[in-house]
Design a protein around this ligand. Structure first.
Ligand code: HEC
Ligand code: HEC
Length: 450
């Protein structure tokens, strides 16, 4: 609300409260005259290979990209018995292959593809984000794992005896037991892998006086190794909303099984092994030992990993307005950079074009307590119920949905959501809130160039 003197009677000003409503779709606070201009137009600036790759690397990039977008089937590739989508590229789609949720959510059509009879859950909508679901508890015990949206039952490519049913999502929602995650883009992940642990640790330790004064105490996620066999080397994990995963390769293996139900050499067991539905020999994806060409011998998960590691980082748009330039300064002045570190430097990489290069990811790759408002109640490795990785902001200029659950498509709302009881970002957001409308607008304008 803004208080304006509208008219004067007998010398006394009558103050009227005028609500200035933002027009964007996802109801940001009504007390601001600040607007997210939305996804910037122009070329995506993402989706291509790292410039300067040699022919051999390019061949694997192209092979991996082709498999990444391939729509899988039950009898051909081992899709299901439970799944969230049929191809990596359906979820990692915008603004180019490798990104995140597209404008039109493919999960609506996937529900009934090939004759399946799945019900589309209420939280999956055509113009909403791609989502996966985790349950906080199952049978009263801590859970936290992904429960797939759909089953293969009824599909023309599935065993006809298969009769498993979807989880009762309506009941889970009613019990406040379901949380959502949207896809994180995979652009530039080869650069992220190449940042030495010591660089991440040194960056976390830097500016400690300012961070202490601002209430920011991050810590890096270290997988304890108790039950999660994918992270036993105690090095810093960087990928996913809670920095819970080690590498592009491990994420690819996990995603193939979790999102698509396709077992592989890293994750060889079906998550749903009902014998009427899970009829394939395992793993469903494997090294093609009878092939001779290098790009054909590799398994799908290796192809995915090699593709992801060779995807170039998003290219930002040049700063062309005074507001964008001012926004860049303010980003650091108010302290967004204390978590969203603009640049870290890659160490040595076997992939051409990565060694020693700046990694402009706008993340410290560390976890922070983000307060009750963002907490999802899920623990993953060293990440507790309200902790998240500082979301890398490269490419944010072309992102449609924000925050781990995709709750908003408005940048201002995403920033204000950083503020709630227990959040390390509270003091930074208070500073942001103290800016003039023009300065808040400048930060949004800058973010949309990224
Ligand atoms: C149903 C949608 C969906 C499909 C299909 C999917 N993903 Fe993802 N992907 C996600 C979500 C959601 C996340 C974030 C998960 C989290 O952190 O909890 C993610 C995160 C990732 C990340 C981490 C990126 C980063 O920098 O943090 C990688 C790598 C990845 N996916 C690779 C793949 C590959 C390879 C495939 C195909 C085998 C695939 N994904 C299929 C939804 C999907
Ligand atoms: C204490 C650390 C911290 C500070 C300070 C901070 N952020 Fe964040 N930011 C995060 C974390 C963690 C997330 C992911 C939260 C989630 O998804 O629940 C995030 C998410 C975001 C997102 C959404 C990105 C996406 O892909 O969905 C934007 C935009 C953003 N921050 C901008 C800012 C701006 C602008 C500032 C300064 C005004 C700021 N942040 C200050 C930690 C921080």
């Amino acid at each position: 609300m803004r208080i304006r003197t509208i008219f004067t009677i007998g010398g006394a000003s009558i103050a009227l409260l005028i609500a200035i409503a933002c027009t964007s779709a996802s109801s940001p606070p009504t007390h601001r005259n600040v607007h997210d201009s939305g996804v910037r137009g122009g070329a995506p600036g993402a989706g291509g290979p790292i410039p300067g790759l040699d022919a051999a690397d390019l061949a694997f990039f192209t092979e991996g990209q082709t498999r990444f977008v391939k729509v899988d089937t039950v009898n051909g590739d081992g899709l299901g018995p439970r799944f969230n989508a049929e191809a990596c590229g359906q979820c990692h789609a915008a603004p180019a292959t490798g990104g995140t949720s597209p404008a039109l959510n493919p999960q609506v059509a996937i529900a009934t593809d090939q004759g399946a009879k799945n019900t589309v859950p209420s939280f999956i909508t055509s113009n909403g984000p791609v989502r996966e679901v985790r349950f906080k508890k199952t049978n009263g015990q801590p859970d936290g794992s992904v429960h797939d949206l759909y089953v293969i039952t009824g599909r023309s490519d599935a065993p006809s005896a298969c009769a498993i049913v979807q989880p009762d999502f309506a009941a889970q929602l009613k019990a406040n037991n379901a949380i959502f995650r949207i896809p994180t883009p995979v652009f530039g992940d080869g650069f992220v892998e190449a940042i030495p642990d010591s660089t991440i640790s040194a960056n976390l330790a830097a500016d400690s006086a300012t961070k202490l004064a601002m209430g920011i105490h991050g810590h890096v996620s270290r997988i304890s190794g108790s039950v999660n066999l994918s992270g036993n080397d105690a090095t810093i994990t960087r990928f996913g909303w809670k920095a819970q995963n080690k590498s592009a390769q491990i994420f690819a293996g996990e995603a193939y099984n979790v999102e698509q139900g396709i077992t592989n050499e890293l994750f060889p067991n079906e998550r749903e092994d009902n014998p009427a539905c899970a009829t394939n020999n395992l793993p469903e994806d494997q090294t093609n030992v009878t092939q001779t060409s290098p790009t054909q011998v590799i398994s799908d998960i290796v192809a995915f990993g090699l593709f992801i590691e060779r995807l170039a980082p998003p290219v930002p748009a040049p700063l062309t307005t005074a507001s964008q330039t001012r926004g860049k300064e303010l980003f650091t002045q108010v302290g967004c950079n204390l978590c969203h570190t603009p640049t870290l430097t890659a160490g040595k990489s076997a992939i051409p074009g990565i060694s020693g290069q700046p990694v402009n990811a706008f993340s410290d790759f560390a976890l922070h307590h983000m307060g009750a408002g963002l907490a999802d109640g899920i623990t993953q490795g060293g990440a507790g119920p309200d902790e998240f990785r500082s979301a890398p902001l490269w490419g944010v200029g072309q992102r449609l949905f924000f925050l781990h659950d995709g709750r908003t498509n408005d940048l201002l709302a995403a920033i204000l959501a950083h503020r709630s009881k227990g959040s390390e970002a509270n003091q930074v957001i208070a500073k942001f809130d103290g800016l003039s409308d023009a300065d808040e607008q400048a930060i949004l304008d800058y973010l949309r160039t990224l």
